[in-house]
Write a protein that binds this ligand. Structure first.
Ligand code: CTP
Ligand code: CA
Length: 226
């Protein structure tokens, strides 16, 4: 009955999650993309739903499937589409988590016809995509804001810079250090970094990583914030 739902830690809360890669079209048959599987974002979506939240999942192309009465799944291809949907929803959410591997650039012009093979060297001009998470940070009022970072060098320092630059409450650093961590795998090794603290977690399956992330979010929003 209704009073049981109300005991769920995220009952009445709305969570926005971006997930997966983006595909930036070059011509009708080609695109610039990346190897993000979307798994981490989909796992966090399941965790949030289990905690009683309403979730808006804005997902780039992936084969993953998810449906739930409290889930609004928005499928997009490009960074610009992800940005447009995310900004439409941002004001109405309590928690926003950016886990998408958004393409930093897109082809400057889209070729309407399939590009033919001609010269030995071929160039594609790229232009910058909007930064979804940074724009969240600039527009943040009541929202609890979480970002991700995957770095190959100076990981903690770089992650801390992103935390500050994007006005985040915390950033989840995905470590490449151990075999089996990062893109495409079913496990992750993360650290959760705030302005003055770093919490390192063991390598573990993504569903458990998602639970760790929400435990952390809950500990923040239940002591005064929001
Ligand atoms: N992000 C985003 N929109 C973009 C680029 C990144 O929302 N256009 C988000 C990602 O979802 C992630 C965080 O920003 O949560 C950090 O992404 P990352 O690629 O590590 O950082 P960038 O700011 O793009 O910087 P760089 O790639 O140069 O390291
Ligand atoms: Ca980037």
């Amino acid at each position: 009955s209704r009073h049981l739902f109300k005991k769920m830690p995220l009952y009445g809360k709305k969570v926005l999650i971006t997930a997966g890669p983006t595909y930036e079209a070059i011509d009708p048959v080609r695109y610039i993309g990346n190897h993000s599987s979307g798994k981490m974002g989909y796992e966090m979506t399941k965790t949030a739903l289990n905690l009683g939240a309403k979730v808006i999942l804005i997902s780039g192309p992936t084969h993953l499937k998810l449906s739930h009465p409290n889930l609004e799944l928005v499928k997009v291809n490009t960074a610009q589409e992800m940005f447009d949907h995310a900004m439409q929803q941002f004001e109405s959410v309590n928690i926003a988590i950016a886990s998408a591997a958004v393409s930093d650039y897109r082809p400057k012009t889209y070729q309407n016809q399939k590009v033919k093979k001609t010269e030995d060297t071929f160039r594609i001009d790229l232009v910058k995509n909007p930064d979804i998470l940074k724009t969240f940070g600039q527009n943040k009022t009541h929202q609890f804001l979480v970002g991700f970072a995957l770095e190959t060098n100076n990981e903690v320092e770089n992650a801390k810079q992103k935390l500050a630059k994007k006005n985040l409450d915390f950033i989840v650093l995905n470590s490449l250090q151990d075999k089996g961590a990062g893109f495409k795998n079913d496990t992750n090794k993360i650290s959760i970094i705030t302005k003055d603290n770093i919490k390192r977690f063991d390598i573990k399956p993504k569903p458990e990583v998602a639970q760790d992330i929400f435990n952390e979010i809950l500990s923040f929003i239940s002591d005064g914030k929001d």
